[in-house]
Design a protein around this ligand. Sequence first.
Ligand code: CP
Length: 328
Amino acid sequence: MSVQLEPNGRLRHLLTTEGLPREMLTRILDTAESFSGVLGKSVKKVPLLRGRTIINLFFEPSTRTRTTFELAAQRLSADVLNIDVATSSTSKGESLLDMLRNLEAMQCDAFVVRHADSGAAEFIARHVRPGVAVINAGDGRHAHPTQALLDAFTIRREKGPLEPLTIAIVGDILHSRVARSQIHALLGLGAGQVRVIAPRTLLPRDIQRLGVRVYEDMDAGLEGADVVMMLRLQRERMRGALLPSESEFFARFGLTEKRLERTHPDSIVMHPGPVNRGVELDPRVADGPRSVILRQVTNGIAVRMAVMSIVLGGYSDATETGLEESPS
Ligand code: CP
């Protein structure tokens, strides 16, 4: 049974993009589109989640995700708390479940969870009391659904409908929760073709079963691509010598201006961050005219507002989100 979807199709938690119906993926992106209008106004707030409490529970470092979740909650007028796990009572031996029970006792409505272990967000979702939502902000190698949704949102804004597009995902596919979530989200939204490009040592076995085309040659994989999504080398998750050296990786799989010439002339370059300049991307590409990397970060606020409003409110469009009340 799905933990995240109720039998009536309501999104109770957001744990993964795998298996999310196209209508729900589209609804999240459309709701984010409504919220992005609010973010351009001088008063960037709507009253939708006034009186609700959202707790950010990050057991792993984060800059973009934690901050944009916090901003998104504030823009929805929710109260938001950031738990510093390093200085919480888990460091005194309190179990994760006891910590949850205590935070729930403070009448919180949602947990945003990042954890190094795959399955951690689902574990928490299975143990929270009814009415409390869990949003996965990245668990181990498994999933990072809001990153994938903000990436799909960015592609749709920059390139239009996904159906005719060829999208290449490049780099450390093996350890990447982002890549897995992107593949499910992009194919679920009807993207024309999704390619993965990586050395064999950084490709999961049977990755083609997800419906992607696999390339071990960067130049061949980039040919005609409309979107190039670079990934970070996840050194912290690597066991053993999977790479000869970072300079050799860059020589074979780094995105340079020369390599970019193989893609469609209007292609865009994306990266979820944090970027390792000179390892995954030439700085001239990262800062160049095709790069939408910082626009991805901005779009993350609207997409996270959309996800929180849907799991906590069941709202779906501009009339229900209170956008019409917001001052210009
Ligand atoms: N893309 C991403 O998850 O970045 P952070 O680790 O900074 O949150």
